[in-house]
Design a protein. Structure first.
Length: 149
């Protein structure tokens, strides 16, 4: 039998227990081994082509891993040249593009790999006559690990 005192203590403890549960649910799950199948990726139309978003989540070593595949229509740039703290790889699957790298526009074709270093000015544009498709892998530093070094 539960006493009134025990029931009251349980009721008073419930809000803190529920808030702890809600806080845990708000934390993003750390990405483990995963396979992304091309035929299962949903292509979402954009004003410049389309995008297939794969993930935007922490891993065991970085605060955020973001991966997507963009199809960029001919004659367009993904966005104006910019900088950000995260590092990024672009792997061109098909098409003919130019990348702004180390202050110069460099032509890239299928199979080319572009590394955009942290805080480097970079950009990407389709200079071909067909859509260009490329994979983007982008990671943000693990601030906790960096602070320990």
């Amino acid at each position: 039998m539960i006493s009134r005192r025990d029931a009251l203590v349980g009721l008073l403890a419930m809000p803190s227990g529920l808030s702890a549960f809600a806080a845990a649910a708000d934390e993003k799950k750390v990405l483990g081994p995963t396979v992304f199948h091309w035929d299962e990726m949903k292509a979402v139309k954009t004003e410049k082509g389309e995008v297939r978003s794969l993930c935007k989540t922490p891993t065991a070593t970085v605060d955020e891993l973001e991966m997507h595949i963009t199809t960029l229509n001919p004659g367009l740039e993904s966005h104006p040249p910019h900088r950000h703290v995260n590092e990024e790889l672009i792997i061109l699957r098909e098409g003919e593009c130019e990348t702004l790298s180390d202050g110069k526009w460099v032509k890239v074709g299928p199979g080319s790999v572009v590394f955009n270093a942290s805080n480097s000015l970079h950009g990407f544009r389709n200079i071909g006559t067909t859509p260009a498709t490329y994979h983007v892998i982008n990671w943000s530093p693990n601030k906790d690990m960096a602070a320990k070094k």
